[in-house]
Design a protein around this ligand. Structure first.
Ligand code: SF4
Length: 383
């Protein structure tokens, strides 16, 4: 296909595709799917080889958020029966992080529910970062605490944070349909603050909230414009008890196309499969490793992932390798500079526009399990 040859050439040169090309990837048929994966896989291997970076989520504070993000099980008024707890102590968070690191993760993502941190919260998280780094010198720490006020990114950086995550989630034009308590511009502002403070910016999206192909292309192009180092791609987990509980719009094939499009638009960036991997890609997860170079190990913020051991086996069986602590994730031209998740591992409308013949499947609520182990519980974490 001429389209795919063009996109591979552009990806290897780090040239931005046109919007029409990105839309065309989302419109490819199931007959062309393996060709799409193979083409985007070439771009992935050029920049990241066969390495898969493992990230590990620690939910520092769960539930009871005053914001109303429709996709989120921790939102204001959520009836989802999730774990709810306030700030983990530094030693508790460090213990949770250690389980992930022992499982093979090289980045720990410290996430807290809420609109944004108070200065006291930044102090708490700073203590937690130090506690984790005292135990594990080489670990990368990413903080994900919501909207940042002036000076907070700098303080996190001083405490040893390597990265900051804040997702754009969806297109600017549909953002108001998803959340009313803050704006798309607020989110862009926080990504910029993280960048300006010298933190590696991590910002991504949530697919499956009823957005159109144009919305998906809009948000991925907006992300390219912000130049984050990592882009988490979440697939909505339609939690019972949230406004989007009925939005079962994704098929494994559509998830693969979305990941391929993201790879073509952000070729040299850490593309991470985030929340919803098991629920929506299901048996197609190994194919998605040809597109993304990063996943979360084990559980998500409020839902359970497949067993950490199954993640590792999947990577090995598909012919990939877990990226070691001594290996640099990003290509040389990006390393040390600034193209990562709030509820990133969690998830974020109207019915989705299916661009191919695949019909959305029946709701797979049987695949959604609320997290009942790890941080905030007395049970061992999944890692
Ligand atoms: S995504 Fe973050 S800010 Fe939005 S409701 Fe969930 S925890 Fe709150």
């Amino acid at each position: 296909m001429d389209l795919l040859n063009t996109l591979v050439d552009k990806g290897l040169r780090r040239e931005t595709p046109t919007r029409a090309e990105a839309l065309a990837v989302l419109a490819t048929s199931d007959d062309d799917l393996l060709d799409v994966v193979a083409a985007a896989g070439k771009v992935r291997r050029h920049w990241f080889g066969r390495r898969v970076k493992l990230n590990y989520l620690v939910n520092l504070k769960s539930g009871l958020c005053p914001e109303d993000c429709s996709y989120c099980s921790q939102r204001l008024g959520s009836k989802a029966d999730i774990l709810k707890y306030t700030w983990l102590k530094p030693d508790q968070a460090s213990q949770a992080a250690a389980a992930g690191l022992a499982g093979g993760a090289k980045r720990v993502c410290l996430v807290a529910s809420g609109r944004g941190p108070t200065d006291r919260d930044v102090d708490r998280v700073s203590d937690t970062i130090r506690a984790i780094k005292d135990q594990n010198e080489d670990v990368e720490v990413c903080a994900c605490l919501g909207l940042l006020s002036d000076g907070q990114a700098e303080r996190l950086r001083e405490a040893g944070a390597d990265a900051y995550n804040h997702n754009l989630n969806t297109s600017e034009s549909t953002y108001g349909d998803i959340t009313t308590t803050h704006t798309y511009a607020d989110r862009v502002d926080t990504v910029r603050k993280a960048h300006a403070a010298g933190l590696s910016a991590c910002s991504g999206l949530i697919a499956g909230m009823g957005e159109s192909d144009e919305d998906l292309v809009d948000v991925v192009f907006a992300l390219r414009g912000l130049d984050p180092d990592s882009v988490p791609v979440n697939f909505l987990i339609p939690f019972e008890g949230t406004p989007l509980a009925k939005e079962w719009n994704l098929t494994p094939q559509r998830c693969l196309r979305i990941l391929a499009m993201t790879r073509f638009v952000c070729p040299d960036v850490e593309v991470r499969i985030a929340g919803g991997r098991e629920v929506h890609l299901r048996t197609m997860q190994p194919l998605a490793l040809h597109l993304a170079n990063s996943i979360f190990l084990g559980d998500y913020l409020t839902s359970e992932g497949q067993a950490g051991r199954a993640d590792l086996e999947m990577i090995a069986d598909a012919g990939f390798e877990v990226e070691g602590a001594g290996e640099v994730t990003l290509p040389e031209h990006r390393a040390g500079g600034g193209c990562g998740s709030h509820e990133g591992g969690g998830t974020c409308g109207p019915a989705v526009t299916e661009s191919c013949g695949s019909a959305p499947e029946e709701p797979r609520t049987d695949l959604v399990a609320v997290r009942r182990r790890g941080a905030g519980t007395d049970l061992a974490p999944n890692a």
